[in-house]
Design a protein around this ligand. Structure first.
Ligand SMILES: Cc1cc2nc3c(=O)[nH]c(=O)nc-3n(C[C@H](O)[C@H](O)[C@H](O)COP(=O)(O)OP(=O)(O)OC[C@H]3O[C@@H](n4cnc5c(N)ncnc54)[C@H](O)[C@@H]3O)c2cc1C
Length: 459
């Protein structure tokens, strides 16, 4: 067991989407040296544990790192950009590391190493210990590490003999089940239901246990690149709804009426909002599942009975229960991104983990003053409940305004492939977008004031 000392400007802990986008952006904008550490064997973070039928919920066009495209920007039959699968994403991050970060000569990468604090990490294979003399900053790219079913125990008891698996195990089954019980109401549960239906399972063979209902962003309006005009139209409709809403309930009614937000069950008021996108076609397909169970939280699965807060349901050892009830995105409290002893990567615009990390990398490379860096990078806690749409939109509006006053940052944003709204500035006089620009201009101030009111009243 050896002890080694390394020296670098930055120590980046975590080589998931956040750490990779930050480092790529940082070394593109300055001459820093970086040590990158991850306990996993390869870069890409949680995508290595993802269920095999997962895809990005956003276009590949603006996921990954700025300096290397992901996918071919193909547009599918529904008129939306391609979305990468987990194997594509893992392969992509391997190429970013091997073809971009390491050849730059600025980055050293230590996979299979556990960061143990105080700028020290330990190899999980050899036990070798490393200490890094950090000249500038440690970068915490694990603060918002998500929790996925493959690596998280179910939040309910499972009796011996019950078939209860995370979604990824479904692809390994050799024998048909008597039925599938999906537990969860978030994106993973939706993906699992959609995949089962697309693979030929009858909707009547699916029982879907939902403790709550969620809002989803309409994917049609989350397209960038050649389709950035549609994104502007959607954003203008959101701003109009935000300006005119009389209450939180009215705001969500308006966002739904203008097709900005979708929900699977229109009879149930959502209490969850985590910000993933969904298409109208997926919503229609999911509505074919009639066996939706709303009896509160699931507490225990016994051999023949499912026990929930509000009642019980029959089941059997021949049913497959699918655990889609991990927390997913991590709504840890927002803390300053830049502090004296570290940079803690967090969103600025809602979601968009790689884009935000890249912005932080650029700001770190080009600014010295801590207060300036924090003013340009206000942290935006990952959303969990509907009110978070209001809070997240306000923070993003403030950040966009601050960025618009910095000429170099404006230029950087226009050239950043991770920026979904890249290209919009050049389209201010595009005749087909005149109505959207007008709607946005007419309502931006009102939206700001009204969202502030809604966020403080919470109603
Ligand atoms: C199913 C799913 C789909 C998603 N789709 C999208 C999408 O389309 N678009 C989007 O923007 N976001 C999406 N997200 C959100 C997602 O959280 C981010 O895109 C992103 O992949 C998260 O990256 P991360 O770097 O924050 O975390 P991670 O991917 O978890 O990376 C953190 C890394 O830190 C390492 N680590 C942790 N602790 C230590 C330690 N002590 N020592 C060493 N290493 C350590 C871990 O091994 C890991 O590799 C999705 C999330 C899920 C779960």
């Amino acid at each position: 067991m050896a002890r080694r000392t390394l020296e670098a400007d930055y120590l980046v802990v975590g080589c998931g989407a956040a750490g990779m986008a930050f480092t790529d952006s940082l070394i593109s904008a300055c001459d820093a040296s970086v040590v990158m550490v991850d306990r996993r064997h390869a870069p890409g973070g949680h995508w290595h544990d993802a269920y095999p039928f997962v895809r990005l919920h956003q276009p590949s066009a603006y996921y990954g790192v700025n300096s290397m495209p992901l996918g071919d920007d193909a547009i599918d039959r529904a008129g939306m950009f391609e979305r990468a699968s987990a194997p594509e994403i893992c392969g992509y991050y391997d190429r970013v590391m091997q073809q971009r970060l390491l050849p730059s000569g600025k980055v050293r990468y230590f996979p299979m190493c556990e960061y143990v604090g105080d700028h020290r990490f330990v190899s999980r294979l050899t036990g070798d210990e490393y200490e890094v003399k950090v000249r500038k900053q440690r970068v915490d790219a694990v603060y918002l590490e998500p929790a996925v079913p493959a690596t998280t125990e179910p939040p309910f008891e499972v009796a011996p003999g019950v078939r209860c698996v995370p979604p990824g195990e479904l692809v390994r089954f050799a024998k048909r089940a008597d039925g599938y019980v999906i537990i969860g109401a978030g994106k993973t549960a939706l993906d699992t239901c959609t995949w089962l239906l697309e693979t030929g399972v009858s909707p009547s063979d699916i029982r879907w246990i939902k403790a709550r209902e969620a809002w989803f962003l309409n994917r049609k309006f989350a397209q960038g690149g050649a389709l950035v005009g549609t994104m502007l139209e959607g954003y203008a409709l959101q701003i109009e709804a935000a300006a005119q809403a009389t209450s939180l309930e009215d705001l969500f009614a308006r966002l739904e009426a203008s097709e900005q937000l979708l929900r699977v069950d229109a009879r149930v008021a959502p209490t969850m909002y985590k910000g993933p996108t969904l298409s109208v076609a997926e919503v229609e397909q999911l509505r074919s599942i009639e066996g939706v169970v709303r009896l509160g939280k699931l507490r225990r699965i016994e051999r023949d009975t499912i026990v929930l807060d509000g009642g019980t349901l029959p089941t059997s050892p021949h049913h497959v229960h699918v655990h889609c009830a991990a927390r997913g995105l991590n709504p840890a409290p927002a803390i300053p991104i830049f502090s004296a002893d570290r940079i803690t990567l967090q969103p600025i615009r809602p979601g968009l983990i790689p884009f935000n990390a890249a912005v932080v990398g650029y700001v770190e490379a080009t600014r010295d003053d801590l207060a300036v860096k924090n003013r340009l990078c206000p942290p935006n806690q990952l959303p969990d409940v509907p009110l978070d749409w209001v809070r997240g939109t306000l923070i993003a509006m403030a950040a966009d305004y601050a960025w618009s006053k910095e000429p170099d940052l404006r230029d950087w944003l226009e050239s950043a492939r991770l920026n979904p709204s890249r290209g919009l500035r050049a389209m201010t006089s595009e005749p087909s977008l005149a109505q959207a620009w007008k709607r946005f201009g007419d309502h931006a101030r009102g939206a700001l004031a009204n969202l502030q009111r809604l966020s403080t009243s919470g109603r």
